[in-house]
Design a protein around this ligand. Structure first.
Ligand code: NG1
Length: 504
């Protein structure tokens, strides 16, 4: 009855949303009913697991007028894909009666202790979008509509922070925002302290300039930097009043897709590219004495030159469709699984089986050969495992890791970016009536539907030296994305245009 009453206050909007690449996303003013339903979903997920789950209100790098909602599973990862069809069904429910019927059926099928004594706890986070507060209220109403569910408003957080807090709460470990920053800064310090000679910096502080895209990260990185020693961080596009608009000509996604430096950065600033291939070199040495199954997971958007470079290093590179949920799942198959999307989303996972091996090796070496290079290498890996956010990737922890590695190697950022040269590429978006008319396979590199379209793409691609091109429906915007890569920028642009014409 409570559910029916609440649901009638959140009638479905005109627009239909599906749980896409990273949850439900779209124009903020259309999302209220969907976010309410996501609140219900999150409560059911928590009831089923008997653990804490998270619900995040964000649209990441999308425009400020958009918003979105996604659920963090008890592990701290993305919501299990098994529940996505149910999420879609709820979102599409035409009226409160259908909604309640769907929930009751699903609870039965999934054995969810619905209406019993089992309780649910859902941690809510949101980014700085102005629409966030009202949408968070809608999520709370959804949670309140499920008996014995408690919503805990964590305030403004980054998505990776919320995922981390959920993971740690369920591990019964300290899990406040301060604990997160303290862990990152301590792990960073351990890594820097393990550097034999500081070839790059000498004794002076290292200075980093960060583009915070006028978003939630601006304030958070300032808080983190207060705990860091030996590293000075200047934040540009911090999100403060008057600094600029969220994601407008700023941010990693903008830099990667448009190939411009963010606003506020000029020709004298370096390091606007997201490139984490160096991590592979750091971890890539397999020794038969301590075998490590290491894998790199990429998507089709990874520059072809990065894939070639990784393969030349003898590393195992595999591909999945776009979206952290897919990359993460694949990376879990390795002792150390490294995954990054071309726009910077990603992290490193240390498997549950591998961590105890690493810890016992560390204990063994500290008694047998304390201070040896081998012991230090193991300590470094342990510090990496706590510095990197293993719930879901976090640019804040990623940049500290990169910084520590560059210092360890005595490399400048220029030296790093010279490791290999990206192939020229171009990304375009094409608006179509129904983006779901395009169906792909082979990690999104081959079009299955509409028939004949892949042949046209092949025909265009074959005309250009080193040409590679694919299309796919976006999971976060109402567009078909076109990607093209070729030997020169001009050629990559022409190939992208030619393929886009066929999509049109
Ligand atoms: P879609 O809209 O499905 O392409 C985009 C990004 C993803 C990921 C998600 C979630 C590209 C090509 N796609 O997904 O990498 O970041 O948004 O934020 O960059």
């Amino acid at each position: 009855k409570i559910l029916l009453q609440s649901a009638s206050r959140f009638p479905p909007g005109k627009k239909k949303f599906l749980y896409g690449t990273a949850g439900f996303r779209g124009e903020a003013s259309m999302l209220e009913s969907t976010v309410f339903k996501a609140g219900i979903m999150a409560a059911l997920r928590s009831l089923k697991a008997g653990l804490v789950v998270g619900l995040m209100i964000t649209a990441s790098h999308n425009p400020v007028s958009d918003n979105g909602v996604k659920i963090a599973d008890p592990s701290g990862g993305m919501m299990t894909q098994d529940w996505e069809p149910f999420a879609d069904a709820l979102a599409l429910a035409p009226d409160p009666d259908h909604l309640v019927e769907l929930i009751v059926q699903f609870a039965k099928k999934e054995n969810i202790p619905f209406g019993g004594t089992q309780s649910a706890e859902i941690l809510l986070g949101r980014d700085t979008r102005p629409s966030g507060e009202a949408l968070l209220e809608a999520a709370k109403k959804g949670i309140d509509a499920i008996v014995n569910s408690v919503a805990v408003d964590m305030g403004i957080l980054t998505t990776p922070q919320l995922h981390w807090v959920v993971r740690r709460r369920n591990m019964e470990m300290k899990a406040s925002e301060f604990d997160y920053f303290a862990l990152l800064s301590a792990s960073y310090r351990s890594l820097v302290d393990l550097i034999p000679t500081k070839t790059l910096t000498g004794t002076s502080d290292v200075k980093l300039t960060v583009d915070a895209a006028n978003g939630v990260g601006g304030e958070k990185i300032k808080q983190l930097s207060k705990l860091l020693t030996g590293l000075e961080i200047e934040v540009r596009n911090s999100g403060k009043e008057g600094e600029g608009i969220l994601n407008e000509k700023v941010g990693a996604d903008y830099v990667q897709k448009e190939k411009f430096a963010p606003l506020g950065f000029g020709p004298h600033d370096v390091g606007t590219r997201e490139q984490l291939t160096i991590l592979n070199k750091e971890n890539g040495n397999e020794s038969s004495e301590f075998p490590v199954k290491l894998g790199i997971v990429q998507t089709a958007y990874a520059n072809g030159a990065s894939t070639e470079y990784l393969k030349q290093l003898g590393l195992d590179v595999v591909f999945t469709p776009t979206g952290v949920k897919y990359l993460h799942e694949k990376a879990l198959e390795y002792d150390i699984g490294i995954y990054f999307e071309a726009n910077g989303h990603g992290t490193i996972l240390f498997s549950e089986a591998f961590m105890p091996r690493l810890e016992s090796k560390s204990a063994e070496l500290s008694s047998v050969t304390p201070g040896s290079e081998q012991q230090k290498a193991v300590l470094r890996l342990l510090a990496v495992s706590t510095l990197i956010n293993q719930a879901v990737g976090d640019a804040l922890s990623g940049l500290l890791l990169v910084e520590a590695i560059l210092q360890y190697l005595g490399w400048s950022i220029e030296r790093w970016s010279e490791l290999y040269c990206d192939l020229p590429s171009r990304q375009l978006k094409v608006s179509v009536a129904d983006r779901n008319a395009v169906v792909t396979t082979n990690a999104e590199t081959t079009v299955v539907k509409p028939s004949g379209l892949q042949e046209l793409i092949n025909y265009e691609t074959a005309k250009y030296p080193k040409g590679r091109s694919f299309i796919r429906p976006s999971g976060t915007e109402d567009v078909i994305r076109v990607y093209a890569e070729a030997s020169t920028q001009e050629v990559a642009d022409s190939l992208a245009q030619a393929v886009a014409q066929h999509v049109n």
